[in-house]
Design a protein. Structure first.
Length: 259
C-alpha cells in the first residue's frame, strides 16, 4: 500500500461521510416534520385534509427540505454513482475478481434511480404522505449501507493494490462529476419570469438550437405536462424527458435531444 493510495482512500471515505451526513440530516428533519404532522392529523378529527397550506411555517420548511433532498439526489448522489461505475468499479472488478460484489453495488445504483424517480415525479401535497416519507427513509438507509460496503470492500481493496494510481482514478471521477454538473448548471432555461404566452416558443427555440446528445434543464412554476405531450407530437423519438423536481413550487425537467 502506497502512502498516496492511503491518502486517496481516506479522501474518498471522508467524502462518503460528508454525503451520508448531509442526506441523514435532511431526511431526518423531513421525516420528523411529516411524523409530527401525521400525529396531529390523527388526533384532530376536525382536520379533513392536512394540506401544506394549513401550517405555513412548517409547510414552507417541509417543502424546502423536499427540494433540498431532490437537489442532493440529482446533483450529488446520481453523478457520484455514475462516476463510480465508470472509473472505480472496473478497477476493483479487474484485480479482485469481485463480480458478485460489483454487481450488488450496481444493483444499489439501480435501486437509487428507481426510488429517486418515484420522488421526482411526485408532487408534494401532504406532509403526512407515508409513501413519500418511507421512500426518503429507504434512500437514506440504502445509501448508508452502500457507502459502508464501498469503503470496506472496494476502497480498501483498491488502496492496497500498489499497481493502481488511486489518485488518478479519483481525479478522473472529480472531472467527470464536475463536467456533468457544469452541463446541467450552464444549460438551464428558467421560464418562470416569462409571460405564459411566450414560454412554449422560448422552450422550443432552445430545443431547436441543441445538437444531438445536448440537453437543457427547464425550470417552471407548474408541471409542464402539456408541454411534454406537445414535444411528443412534434418531436417523436427525438427527445428524452426526465423530471428532476416536481413541485410544490418549482418543477425541473431535463430535456435531451436524441435521434
Amino acid at each position: 500500500m502506497t502512502l498516496q493510495n492511503t491518502e486517496t482512500a481516506n479522501k474518498i471515505k471522508a467524502h462518503h461521510l460528508q454525503m451520508t451526513s448531509k442526506l441523514n440530516g435532511l431526511v431526518n428533519e423531513f421525516i420528523n416534520i411529516g411524523v409530527r404532522d401525521q400525529s396531529h392529523t390523527s388526533s384532530t378529527s376536525s382536520c379533513r385534509d392536512n394540506e401544506l397550506t394549513e401550517q405555513p411555517e412548517t409547510a414552507d420548511r417541509f417543502s424546502e427540505l423536499f427540494e433540498q433532498i431532490i437537489e442532493f439526489l440529482n446533483c450529488e448522489l446520481k453523478p457520484h454513482a455514475m462516476a463510480e461505475e465508470l472509473y472505480l468499479y472496473p478497477i476493483a472488478d479487474d484485480f479482485k475478481r469481485s463480480s458478485d460484489l460489483i454487481s450488488s453495488m450496481i444493483d444499489d445504483h439501480r435501486q437509487f434511480e428507481t426510488l429517486i424517480e418515484s420522488l421526482t415525479t411526485k408532487t408534494l401535497k401532504k406532509q403526512s404522505d407515508i409513501v413519500l416519507l418511507s421512500t426518503c427513509y429507504s434512500i437514506n438507509k440504502l445509501f448508508d449501507l452502500h457507502a459502508e460496503k464501498e469503503n470496506k470492500y472496494i476502497v480498501e481493496a483498491i488502496s492496497n493494490n500498489d499497481s493502481v494510481d488511486f489518485a488518478h482514478v479519483l481525479n478522473d471521477m472529480h472531472d467527470y462529476i464536475s463536467n456533468l454538473n457544469d452541463k446541467l448548471t450552464d444549460n438551464r432555461l428558467d421560464v418562470r419570469t416569462l409571460a405564459p404566452a411566450f414560454r412554449h416558443e422560448t422552450i422550443f427555440n432552445k430545443f431547436e438550437e441543441l445538437q444531438n446528445g445536448d440537453l437543457f434543464v427547464l425550470i417552471n412554476d407548474h408541471d409542464p405536462k402539456p408541454l411534454y405531450y406537445q414535444f411528443k407530437a412534434e418531436y417523436t423519438d427525438q427527445f428524452e424527458w426526465e423530471y428532476l423536481m416536481s413541485g410544490p413550487s418549482t418543477w425541473q425537467v431535463k430535456i435531451k435531444k436524441v435521434g
